[in-house]
Unconditional design. Structure first.
Lengths: 196, 196
């Protein structure tokens, strides 16, 4: 039996996106956004949604670029901190001891210690209400070599990304658990069933 | 040491969004989208990105509505199947034995057996390239009562949502693992550090 929860953004899990940008004086900032994700395969595009009140919103609007750094399990507290305080008031890199590095292809900084980084050029901006959606075309992805397996592809266990649950749920960060099956794979027996 | 992976959509984890829509004759369809997420808190908006070749793309464009049904751990194979075959060719509900139910607030069907459903009215459409991004305003969320805890909020462990990893990684579906800490909480000691 289903119960109505009203009109809310209850969707699980979400990725934890630490968004890097420079201000007008070239000072690096980073903030954690829970709203965003992948939006297009070709060209590769991702989105982050930010409130106009944030320092990052102004930075990205002016510089037309941002990065997304993905924390691993050991960096959940630092990622949470990046979402708790405003870059208007604090130098978050100084407070956390993390290192801003200039991206190679876009005008924004990423977090050196985080294992996966997407460098994005701003391509579209959409006003949705409280949040503005920034769409970035991914110009490059950088990953710690220790997160690659012997054959080269990214090993999700070595990356050890974290997922988030907000909204009406107990708000928390989660590790990835058990592998349930392969994508484009575990559903194939149902095709055979349908054909028979 | 970081290695460049090129311009790709490597972002983890992503939610598993089973998108429901009606065709011109009112036949229900559902397809699994890995690209999408939350986009705005007020009004509550989510996104799904679909290729123009999909039946769902045409359905949503015509009907201005869609639902997103979230599978749990036991439904990963069914969710995978909904992404493997096209609604142009197959009645996916008949093949899986799942039940389409008309949404209460929008002109689209949801999957009765899946534990969490978002009913969405189409509010914006953005062409990004291979994928079109559909932005839906959430008109209602419905959840199985067994997924609520005694006090009413959603219990993530009872919901048991699945996460996805695609791209250069070994493509798979994952359960949620260990709770690492509370959101807006585990980062607070870093504020104290910065103030001291």
């Amino acid at each position: 039996m289903k119960k109505s929860m009203g009109a809310k953004t209850l969707l699980y899990p979400t990725p934890v996106l630490v968004v890097g940008s420079y201000d007008a004086e070239g000072r690096p900032n980073a903030m954690t956004a829970a709203w965003g994700g992948i939006a297009c395969s070709r060209p590769p595009c991702i989105t982050v949604s930010l409130r106009a009140a944030t320092a990052s919103h102004g930075n990205i609007t002016a510089r037309k670029a941002f990065t997304v750094s993905l924390p691993d399990r050991s960096q959940a507290a630092q990622a949470d901190y990046f979402g708790l305080v405003s870059g208007h008031n604090v130098d978050k890199f100084a407070a956390t001891g993390l290192t801003p590095v200039a991206a190679e292809f876009v005008d924004a900084p990423f977090i050196a210690e985080f294992p996966l980084v997407l460098e994005c050029e701003l391509v579209q901006v959409h006003e949705l209400g409280l949040h503005t959606q920034f769409i970035g075309e991914v110009k490059d992805v950088k990953i710690e070599e220790r997160c690659l397996d012997a054959e080269g592809p990214l090993d999700i266990r070595r990356l050890d990304p974290i997922a988030c649950a907000l909204g009406d749920a107990t708000a928390g960060y989660y590790a990835l658990g058990e592998l349930l099956g392969g994508a484009y794979s575990i559903g194939k027996p149902l095709i055979a069933d349908a054909d028979s």
